[in-house]
Design a binder for this molecule. Sequence first.
Ligand code: SF4
Ligand code: SF4
Length: 496
Amino acid sequence: MNVRVQVSMVFHLDKCIGCHTCSLACKNLWTSRPGTEYMWWNNVETKPGTGYPTLYEDQEEYRGGWEVKDGELRLKLNTRAGELLSISYNPHLPALDDYYEPWTYTYGDLIDAPPQEDQPVFKPVSLVTGKEMEIEAGPNWDDDLGGSGIYAAHDPNLSSLSDEQRERLLDVERVVFFYLPRICNHCVNPSCVAACPAGAIYKRGEDGIVLVSQEKCMGWRMCISGCPYKKVYYNWETGKSEKCILCYPRLETGQAPACMHSCVGRIRYLGVLLYDADRIHDTASRPDNELVDAQREMILDPFDAEVIRQARADGVPDQVIESARKSPVFKFVKKWKIALPLHPEFRTLPMLFYVPPLLPVTGSMSDEGLYESSSDFFSSLESARLPIRYMANLFSAGDEEQVTKIYRKLIAGRYYKRAQTVGDVDGGKIAQMLAEAQTTAEELEEIYELTSLAGFDERFVIPPFSREAAIELVQITQARQEGGGMGFVHEPHRGL
Ligand code: SF4
Ligand code: SF4
């Protein structure tokens, strides 16, 4: 066992209202510079839909992530030798059209317009060419278009659905959608890192945050192809790649990342997970239907005496172990097993997990026009508005049983609380639901507390960051005292 620390996240999709506050908080903080206009380190897409950049989940096109070939785990993109040969020609990169052409407006026209009969108007102007343009796409162009024949119908996750299931999804009166907010998953087996020929992307040892060194990056963009989630972007002004940094300067000062702090639906949770680094290769090499369970097994129990002993031996500070015990992510992912990684079949072992949404799947409209939640969901395929197969394609590499188990628990929780507060559900039925979901009243109370009532300190359990201790593991700090000090890479220049 080799115990490592990972700052990890859970997004509870039932609570996302699609307000995009998270995206704007991130944009204002990190990507409002020239060359970053089209970058959305945090984006919120509508599902079913094609996402951003469009069709990013189609790895036949983009070749991102890993595959097991001839028993070997290897990058889908290329072998190392092939990568070097294709360094100046990479047909698997998304082009600007797959994102969108960023624009602004001629706001000055509103102020400078001469006196005239009509109200002055402003026009859209490309931020790339500076010329007037027609707006044809945007980062959330398909927002709320659950039934769209252009976007929803081309979602790659619909590929294994039957014609009947597809038809039902696009049926006018049954149209359904939900929001999927995405940031970099700060994966444990990051294909962006493995694809970079310059060694510019790295995973921080003490917390697992994945960063791009702006000094080492040569702008070869293999990371962009390598990431199956398309969460690395190319800055066309600086000629370097950039990505979500999980707001590490905020984390190091005890603050939640900006997207999480500002989240209106309070859907986001952050905390530490301990995992066994010796199991990474084996976990990422498992057959599709074993990936979710294997990733859960790789995550270690911070209450286990043997794990604690080994963590200390591997240099994990006691405060971080303590933080891992309080981690909301540990509860959702490992203890209650109701959060899943997005597309585990990409084999990057993402460390952002999602509680799948219940309401769009089970809710429906009654004849009186009231919204109601179906309780006989599992006995009647008719009442499933979003097929379980679709959710399994997103969150469990097609393993429907994984998603079904979670829905059983979420539905049991909903009816358990309804029996308590409204009192119109029979006690025998609740007991049966709890038994079928293999849960208890105590567990459902805990899930309810963290889902519905949790305050800031319970949603974000930020470990103490001892950056100086982490640096000491790789550098002799004494040797740097006379130079630039601990935080600086270059020595300061004085005078002119
Ligand atoms: Fe790398 Fe993509 Fe994983 Fe982020 S989501 S760590 S960019 S492979
Ligand atoms: Fe969803 Fe929160 Fe982002 Fe709003 S701020 S879109 S609720 S994740």
